[in-house]
Write a new protein. Structure first.
Length: 149
C-alpha cells in the first residue's frame, strides 16, 4: 500500500505559489530519485498543497531527511504557522479505511406524538356564598353577652 506525504504551505508575507515556483522542481526531483510513485500539486485559496506517494515507509523517510527537502520546508513564506506536513492525503481525500456505520439517532426511533383532544381545566373556583354580611344581620343574630367563660 502506498504511503502518502502531504505538504501544505500557507500564504504568508509572500504567496505560497511563489514558494512553489522556487522549490517545485527540486522537490519533485528529490522525490523521484527516492522512489516516488505519484505526486500532485493543488492551488488553494490559502496556499498550495503537494501530495506525494511512495511505495512504502523507507523511501518516504529517506526523502524527508534530504537536506534539499529540509531547506525547502524551512523557506516557506510563514515559517512559524505556514507549514503543515503530515502522513496521508490532504484536505478532503478521506480516509483509507471506511467508517463503521453509526447507530440510528434516537429521534428517528419513535413516531412523533399526534395532538389529542384539548383538555380544559378550571384553576379558580367561585367563592362560597357568605352569610356573615353585616348589612344582613338582624337583632336576633346578635349575642347579648359577647364574652363567655
Amino acid at each position: 500500500m502506498a504511503e502518502w506525504l502531504t505538504v501544505e504551505v500557507l500564504d504568508g508575507d509572500e504567496p505560497a505559489s511563489t514558494w512553489r515556483r522556487a522549490y517545485e522542481d527540486g522537490l519533485v526531483e528529490a522525490a523521484v530519485t527516492r522512489g516516488a510513485l505519484y505526486w500532485e500539486w493543488h492551488d488553494t485559496r490559502w496556499g498550495v498543497v503537494w501530495e506525494v506517494a511512495f511505495a512504502d515507509d523507507e523511501p518516504l523517510e529517506r526523502f524527508r531527511a534530504l537536506p534539499a527537502v529540509r531547506a525547502a520546508l524551512d523557506a516557506v513564506p510563514d515559517p512559524v504557522a505556514g507549514l503543515l506536513v503530515y502522513r496521508g492525503r490532504g484536505g478532503g481525500a478521506g480516509v483509507s479505511v471506511p467508517r463503521r456505520p453509526r447507530p440510528r439517532p434516537a429521534a428517528g426511533a419513535a413516531a412523533p406524538l399526534q395532538p389529542g383532544p384539548e383538555h380544559v381545566a378550571r384553576l379558580t373556583v367561585d367563592p362560597p356564598a357568605r352569610d356573615d354580611d353585616p348589612d344582613d344581620l338582624d337583632a336576633d343574630d346578635l349575642d347579648p353577652d359577647p364574652v363567655r367563660d
